[in-house]
Write a protein that binds this ligand. Structure first.
Ligand SMILES: [Zn+2]
Length: 114
């Protein structure tokens, strides 16, 4: 059965944080209301969370999303996080945002450039 809701609190929070980041990124770089490209990325991120097999029992997972995002989307979401992450610390709990970024891309993800 295909899931349409996130059951885990942790994933719900992650979902909210990612959406906020994408909206903020788009507003500053593209358009006031989510453009099609960012909408697609947002939906993609949501779909990945829906398919996350770990839910609340997710282990320490610095490699998690790296493995489940396809490369193109991974690059996009990485850009979004690099842009929005540091700027959102003012409006979002610092630890929630930093944890999310570290979890996705490893420590120093914001500072490092591949
Ligand atoms: Zn956009």
């Amino acid at each position: 059965m295909k899931k349409t809701e996130l059951n885990s609190k942790r994933l719900k929070r992650e979902r909210e944080t990612i959406e906020l980041m994408i909206r903020y990124y788009c507003k500053k770089n593209h358009t006031e209301n989510l453009c099609n490209e960012c909408k697609e990325l947002n939906e993609y991120a949501f779909a990945r969370l829906l398919n996350c097999p770990f839910e609340d029992s997710k282990p320490v997972c610095s490699n998690c999303a790296v493995h489940c995002y396809k490369p193109e989307m991974r690059e996009k979401v990485k850009n979004v996080m690099r842009f929005s992450g540091p700027r959102m610390l003012f409006r979002h709990p610092y630890l929630a945002v930093m944890h999310l970024i570290n979890e996705k891309f490893g420590k120093n993800a914001i500072l490092s450039k591949n």
